[in-house]
Design a protein around this ligand. Structure first.
Ligand SMILES: [Zn+2]
Length: 287
């Protein structure tokens, strides 16, 4: 399942092709993904220019010249594919993403077109078109906390958000109202890096340790984004590419394996919190 770094990697991969490009030959191959496509979706995208590509939590947002913003959530298996071969504006391009391609179109810039596909085998992804001035109040975005890589996220923010909180810190960090777009994998990894036990009450952790945690949240996301950058070629290669990168995790998915801490002889454990697996080292994350 794509988490924030994967979505950010997709954003960076699409930007050189889509930013400033006019959309043409848009097609959908079924009426819905997780939700129905918006009404008159094709007509509302055709001819519009993509101003830029933003990311909010795990959403990709493309403000258009029409005053609407094209929004995509990749769900579990959604992926954009690009045919890197530049086509003439009126040249037809063959589908590239196989039977699970539900959306396609061309991005036209300087008279040349790049074909875009969107494939989603499990169809947990979805697309929307929202008036650009109503994004912040839309139910998908209203109430989201600050971006973990943005200026609004810090140790001080966690101190305030966690004040008197009895809930454990693992589940608290997954709360999208506290920080947006942070998922299970990176919460486990950040708590490990900060050497904080996932079991402690969020409100009991000291300010200095929450400052370290905020730093480690940023570090682990930035490391994953940096690792994802090297797979952009595969991503652009479409079907047959590697898909999302396999970042090397310290604890996630490593139950029973030795802790990577240089001086630690502990073994990574798995517990369930709030219905999700937590991986941690009980030896170096004692409190
Ligand atoms: Zn350890």
């Amino acid at each position: 399942m794509p988490e924030l770094p994967e979505v950010e990697t997709v954003r960076r991969g699409l930007t050189p092709v889509l930013e400033g490009a006019r959309l043409s030959r848009v097609r959908i191959n079924r009426p819905d993904l997780r939700f129905p496509f918006p009404e008159r979706f094709v007509e509302r995208l055709e001819g519009a220019t993509v101003m830029r590509i933003d990311r909010r939590a795990k959403y990709l947002l493309m403000p258009l010249s029409t005053g609407e913003t094209w929004i995509t959530h990749l769900g579990m298996t959604g992926r954009f594919t690009l045919d890197g071969t530049l086509l003439g504006e009126f040249e037809e391009a063959a589908p590239i993403a196989g039977k699970h391609e539900h959306f396609s179109g061309c991005a036209i810039r300087d008279g040349a077109a790049t074909r875009i596909g969107y494939a989603d085998a499990r169809r947990f992804g979805f697309m929307g078109l929202i008036s650009s001035d109503q994004i912040e109040t839309h139910p998908w975005f209203a109430g989201l906390g600050p971006e973990p890589l943005g200026n609004g996220f810090s140790g001080a923010h966690l101190v305030e958000a966690f004040a008197d909180k009895k809930q454990n810190i693992k589940v608290s960090l997954l709360d999208q109202r506290i920080v947006a777009g942070l998922g299970n994998i990176y919460v486990c990894e950040a708590l490990y890096r900060a050497r904080i036990s996932p079991l402690v009450a969020a409100g009991s952790v000291s300010k200095s340790r929450l400052e370290r945690l905020a730093t480690e949240v940023r570090n682990v996301l930035n490391d994953a984004i940096a690792a994802g950058g090297s797979t952009l070629r595969d991503f652009a290669n479409a079907e047959g590419g590697q898909g999302y990168f396999q970042h090397r995790f310290d604890v996630y998915g490593r139950e029973g394996e030795p802790c990577r801490g240089v001086t630690c002889t502990g073994v990574v454990a798995r517990i369930v919190q709030g219905g999700r697996s937590t991986f941690y080292c009980p030896s170096c994350q004692k409190r």
